[in-house]
Design a protein around this ligand. Structure first.
Ligand SMILES: C[S@@+](CC[C@H](N)C(=O)[O-])C[C@H]1O[C@@H](n2cnc3c(N)ncnc32)[C@H](O)[C@@H]1O
Length: 437
């Protein structure tokens, strides 16, 4: 295979966070890149058992955690990142107009830093729009290998039309890579649950409603070519070029267990009865619509109910979208990482779905206004919207919060850090009161 790579300025340098919002290029002669450490902002330091919110840059957080805690001792099963898309637009809360070379290095360096922490069955989901997605795919090919590409998911982010534009853009793209490759990863990914609305109980089976499927399989298999006599007395053979679904012995067991259904008053071809627990789930489509995975506006409304006094940014992701990703790509107890945390959707949903999570957010004001109070609302059961219903979420659990100072530039002031710390403590006190009442 030919080796085609994307070139960009300063590609051979490393990009590091500098100060609160900027970045700087670092060359091989600039000395060793060392973590500036990790500062605990809660009573306990993050650990292998905790969920963790780190205030700081993603790479600084990974380096700091590596050096000072065993938070990442368990491998990461799922990475979901929703970085600034580089739309050049003026976005409230973060910089979305980066120099393109810096943006590409920013993405590459974070993926490279995450790579050693991934489990054998991990997947990495990168959420973008048309601004950079085509370049990002080449970057991901370079970091994980082309063979690791699983899919690009088209997520319909809105259902309103912009009549001023050439095209009313209503989708984002989520690039899905699995370092083990799609064939291996498929074995461990979860199918989507099938609804049960289509189940019926045509014969009043005491085991409950069922759906049915033809009792045939493609191809000719000698052991599955026997005559079946229908209740009306017709003798049937499998259709030409097909076989019965199972051998005669299995068929007779299923028949005795009342698992075979003959339509047309007992004269039709046999069908197998499938009760809800026997239904195989659905393989996910690559196009995800608003009715199942929500819109940016749904996510905004959710945040506005939690924070009626705050100006909410335009592109939070809905919990329904994260619920689907987390369902497909992980199991309860496994570790999920998001290095561009924003309002904390990934952590909120991971928590409600009983996964472990590590979330990093660089903008301290976002942490103060949204991420921290939202995650506390999840823990104390005050967040009843989003996927709280489908996950039967009533509250519980905890998380630790820490600060990873930038390796270059000015760290956050003591005043800002104590503000975050005090807010966390204030919520913890409220939770103690809630538990006692
Ligand atoms: C598109 S938003 C993420 C929204 C999030 N998925 C949600 O649903 O709320 C991107 C976030 O990444 C943060 N960010 C940008 N650069 C970062 C960096 N280097 N490290 C950590 N966070 C960063 C921004 O402050 C912003 O909150």
């Amino acid at each position: 295979m030919s080796d085609i790579r994307l070139h960009w300025d300063n590609k051979d340098l490393t990009l590091r966070a500098a100060g609160a919002l900027a970045y700087t290029w670092v060359g091989p002669n600039d000395g060793e890149l060392k973590s500036a450490g990790l500062m605990g902002l809660s009573q306990q330091l993050p650990s292998r058992r905790s969920n963790t919110l780190v205030v700081g840059d993603g790479i600084d957080a990974l380096l700091a955690l590596d050096g000072t805690s065993d938070t990442l001792a368990d491998k990461v099963r799922l990475v979901y990142i929703d970085p600034p898309f580089n739309t050049s637009a003026d976005v409230h809360c973060y910089n979305d107009a980066m120099d393109r070379s810096m943006w590409l290095s920013m993405l590459r360096d974070r993926l490279v830093a995450l790579r050693p922490h991934l489990s054998a069955d991990a997947s990495v989901w990168v959420h973008l729009d048309d601004s950079e997605v085509h370049r990002a795919r080449l970057v991901m090919d370079e970091v994980f290998g082309e063979q690791a590409f699983v899919s690009s998911v088209i997520w319909q982010k809105k259902d309103t039309r912009d009549s001023r534009a050439a095209f009313s853009n209503n989708h984002d793209t989520i690039l899905v890579y699995a370092p083990s490759g799609p064939r291996k990863w498929k074995v461990s990914r979860n199918l989507l649950a099938q609804g049960t609305a289509h189940l019926d109980n045509k014969d009043n089976d005491p085991r409950g409603p069922w759906s049915d499927a033809p009792f045939t399989a493609p191809g000719f298999r000698a052991a599955q070519q026997y005559p079946i006599t229908t209740p009306s007395g017709k003798v049937l053979k499998p259709p030409r070029g097909r076989s019965w679904y199972a051998t005669e012995a299995t068929y007779l067991n299923l028949l005795a267990d009342d698992r075979i259904w003959f339509p047309k008053n007992g004269s039709g071809s046999p069908r197998i009865k499938l009760f809800s627990e026997q239904l195989r789930g659905l393989v996910p489509f690559t196009v995800w619509g608003t009715s199942e995975t929500g819109t940016n506006d749904n996510a905004k409304r959710h945040l506005m109910t939690l924070f009626p006094d705050k100006q909410v940014f335009d592109t939070p992701k809905p919990e329904e979208l994260l619920e689907r990703i987390i369902h497909i790509a992980s199991k309860p107890g496994e570790l999920i990482v998001d290095l561009f945390g924003g309002s904390g959707t990934t952590a909120a949903v991971a928590h409600k779905m009983r996964r472990r999570w590590l979330l990093v957010e660089r903008n301290v004001q976002t942490v103060y206004d949204f991420t921290l109070p939202r995650l506390h609302a999840v823990i104390n059961g005050a967040d009843t919207a989003g996927v709280s219903g489908v996950t039967n979420w009533k509250g519980g659990g905890s998380f630790e919060i820490a600060y990873a100072p930038p390796s270059f530039g000015e760290p956050l002031s003591k005043k800002e850090l104590s503000r975050v710390k005090a807010l966390h403590e204030q919520f913890n006190d409220c939770e103690a009161l809630l538990v006692a009442s």
